[in-house]
Design a protein around this ligand. Structure first.
Ligand SMILES: Nc1ncnc2c1ncn2[C@@H]1O[C@H](COP(=O)(O)OP(=O)(O)OP(=O)(O)O)[C@@H](O)[C@H]1O
Ligand SMILES: [Mg+2]
Length: 239
């Protein structure tokens, strides 16, 4: 029986066979504003507060201050958790010249291992893998660095969620390298019918697990993300 790391996000663990397999690296993919970062932060927050599993959140596209401010809107006090060494929010900025980025990239990787060790992290989020790849010049370097990142987090014993940007807002997406590399893939997308729009969730794959890949409605509330594991999206049910 594969051990699972529970996301604790309402509805999600039921649909993916109990949780993310331990030490897996999965992708949460979706269009702009669909809720990827909220989802990923909730995974880290729940780990720290519900499961006694510290987590590292790597933000490539935003500052740790902003990330904390967004979380505050859901009532999540990340400063407090950071002081208690239950979470760490690490910036991996994408600016700077190539050389600096490469040097910085290497230094920051060391920092990541140290951070994981320091707080005894069991969970990692990379938000986002799409921008992470832009740190490197060519396709081969991108792929090698992504594989290195995946190896590093797996070796450290962490269970990892990588956020990926998706240009299409539908379940019929163009699959990318990382979708195949990852052990699991969860899609967030808009379902539309006439003037109605509704967030939806689909578990596309989770290696070694029995999953339910039906489309399910998803909401962002003032408590965070909720997936409704048995409901049919209203936009699909209507004629
Ligand atoms: N309290 C709330 N209630 C309802 N919706 C909210 C609340 N707080 C944030 N949102 C929604 O969350 C969305 C942003 O979610 P998030 O930042 O996770 O998206 P994302 O997929 O990471 O976007 P991007 O691709 O731009 O990084 C906003 O568009 C907003 O509508
Ligand atoms: Mg985001």
């Amino acid at each position: 029986m594969i051990k699972k790391t529970k996301t604790g996000i309402p509805g999600v663990d039921e649909l993916i066979g109990g949780g993310i397999p331990d030490k897996a690296v999965i992708i949460v993919s979706g269009s702009p504003g669909i809720g990827k970062s909220n989802f990923a932060m909730q995974y880290i927050y729940n780990g720290a507060t519900m499961f006694n599993e510290p987590g590292v959140y790597i933000t490539v596209e935003d500052t740790p201050e902003n990330v904390k401010a967004y979380a505050q809107e859901f009532g999540w006090d990340l400063d407090k958790l950071e002081k208690e060494n239950k979470i760490a929010i690490v910036a991996q900025p994408i600016y700077g010249d190539d050389k600096e980025m490469k040097r910085g990239g290497k230094d920051r990787k060391d920092t990541l291992s140290e951070t994981i060790k320091r707080i005894g992290a069991k969970r990692v989020v990379l938000d986002s893998v799409t921008l992470f790849k832009y740190l490197f010049n060519d396709d081969i370097a991108r792929r090698i660095n992504l594989l290195n990142f995946i190896k590093q987090v797996k070796d450290s014993g962490c269970t990892t969620v990588m956020v990926a940007e998706q240009h299409e807002s539908s379940p019929n997406i163009t699959y990318l390298d990382e979708h195949f590399l990852a052990d699991g893939l969860l899609l967030l997308f808009w379902s539309r019918h006439r003037e109605k729009a509704e967030r939806c969730f689909v578990a596309v794959k989770m290696r070694g697990c029995e999953i339910n890949s039906d489309m399910r409605p998803m909401k962002i509330t003032n408590k965070g993300v909720i997936v409704y594991p048995t409901q049919v999206p209203l936009t699909l049910a209507s004629d």
